[in-house]
Design a protein around this ligand. Sequence first.
Ligand code: UD1
Ligand code: CA
Length: 473
Amino acid sequence: MTHSPSRPIDVVVMAAGKGTRMKSALPKVLHALAGKPMVQHVIDTARSLQARRTIVITGHGAEQVEQALTSAQGQVQVQGLKFARQMPQLGTGHAVQQAVPLLDDDGVVVILSGDVPLTRTDTLQALLDVCAGQQLALLTIDFDDPTGYGRIVRSPSGQVHAIVEHKDANATQRAIREVYSGIMAVPAKLLKPWLARLDNQNAQQEFYLTDVVKFAEADGVPVVAHKIDDATQVAGVNSPAQLAELERAYQQRQAQALMAEGVRIIDPARFDVRGELTCAQDVQIDVNCIFEGRVQLGQGVKVGANCVLANCVIEAGAVIHPFTHIDGEKLGVTVGEGALIGPFARLRPGAQLGAEVHIGNFVEVKNSTMAKGAKANHLAYLGDATVGERVNYGAGSITANYDGANKHRTVIEADVHIGSNCVLVAPVTIGAGGTVGGGSTITKSTAPGALSVARGKQVSIANWHRPQKQAKG
Ligand code: UD1
Ligand code: CA
């Protein structure tokens, strides 16, 4: 293959269409696949191609789409992201025409659609290779049922000669199974004059982008097809059912990739990654788990059934028992080596748990550090607390960390034993090795080694007779 000096890549993403069949107030391209808008997947693909510029053509719901792509995901500000509006929408050729003022002549333009989220970077790279900076390259695929698609018409020698839209095609052309995927790569300096020559003299009275094939042929520019056989990569989303289908395809892809690295996923059909999951060796994941944001699982980590893990680091050997919910949001959550979490535990932002910590059922931990070997096994709340090594935190105990206006810290030093049903009213420190009797409400700091009891003294009245019901009449 001839490699001309490589040109900068500029991506155009068509996303102006209405998406009527989604039957939703949300613009189609903002519907989430694997937790992020489908158009964001396309933009991320453009980024992985190292595109110089990514121009999104907006129309229906333009403001909402532009805002969604510049704010929420804007934490990772996409280099060279630009928008061009297409109002009204007069066809795919008309859509790309709107990008022309933003396209420099030295680039190769890759045209994608905001509702085709699963195209792989290596496929586009291969398309760019056949484009070679000087030809019109079309991504094509054979379909058993090509209804609705533009047909790839080849000359007897096999040379691509036209794309004929389904509605404009005659019976012979409709019998062709090779279709245009909607994705092309073309040098900007060829594309621009071709776009200027488009008309809408066709069955749909639209400006067809696909007509550029005719102009290439007229200008003696070779038209090359790169044919793939993975339909998922060119599948568009028009309905909730199609979106669900692509969601499964995407999740299967994630699961297969992780299993290829040795991760033991009990059932890849019941496994969801909505972000980035990285796993060390010998990780085991039971059914119905969801991983969101950035999640790291260390060597030998086991995740039980029905867990949701978001934005957290789980260190080697830790076990997350079933029905546990962990979300570190922006602060993150760390679970130390060999820790045991759950079942039914909840770890919130800023929970930093050391090695061999135990968190049991219905225990919530937020913005707290727990040192090695600390335990809170049942029905408890730890918020804004610093917990020392080997502390045992009793069932039903809570840190009262909020006075209605401000949050305060609770410090529980090493080897403290907090009994059941205690309230530690922050700010307060429980000195090392101390004991707090069950049912205590602790409002003052305690000295190391002390036993502290703060509750009504027990009163017992001997031979107590309960009141009797009065006899009637
Ligand atoms: C187009 C191709 C067809 C191909 C098919 C693959 C044309 C004329 N036809 O079909 O050969 O087989 O894709 O799916 O290009 N859009 C706009 N503005 C518009 C019209 C469309 O932004 O004015 C966007 C849509 O939102 C969508 C994409 O362009 O994301 C493709 O539009 P769609 O109507 O699905 O393509 P077809 O014309 O059906
Ligand atoms: Ca379509």
